[in-house]
Design a protein around this ligand. Structure first.
Ligand SMILES: C[C@H](O)[C@H](O)[C@H]1CNC2=NC(N)=NC(=O)C2=N1
Length: 112
């Protein structure tokens, strides 16, 4: 996971390739706390982070927003009392790109 977390996202291009099934199988093993969801036909990575209260959930959400702006790759964030649901996918290709796995690994590092 650390290897992924140290990588940089590449620019989101409409003609960028989605991850292959083989790449998906390899990459998902590197972020074991994340699952794969399919919504409206779009494959996405998702993890729920638990916190003591809303303020801690919001603080994490704000750190994630800063990370997204740094990398210019943005997640879905659902912030609730005591939990934050984070969803990564690439809008430009309506699916999963290597960037999404990099950002999931970087998201996990926000907890350190
Ligand atoms: C215009 C377009 O939204 C931007 O180039 C960036 C912004 N952040 C992004 N975030 C994600 N997750 N996917 C994108 O395709 C994407 N594109």
């Amino acid at each position: 996971m650390t290897e992924l977390a140290n990588m940089k996202c590449e620019a989101c291009r409409a003609d960028a390739p989605k991850v292959t099934d083989a790449e998906l199988a390899e990459l998902i093993r590197m972020i074991p706390d994340w699952g794969v969801q399919v919504r409206d036909g779009i494959m996405q990575l998702e993890r729920v982070y638990k916190f003591k209260n809303f303020r801690q959930a919001m603080a994490f959400s704000n750190k994630l927003a800063d990370l997204a702006e740094e990398e210019f790759h943005h997640p879905g964030i659902l912030t609730e009392w005591g939990k934050v649901t984070v969803t990564w996918w690439s809008h430009s290709i309506k699916g999963l790109h290597r960037n999404d796995f990099i950002m999931a690994a970087k998201t996990d590092q926000l907890l350190d």
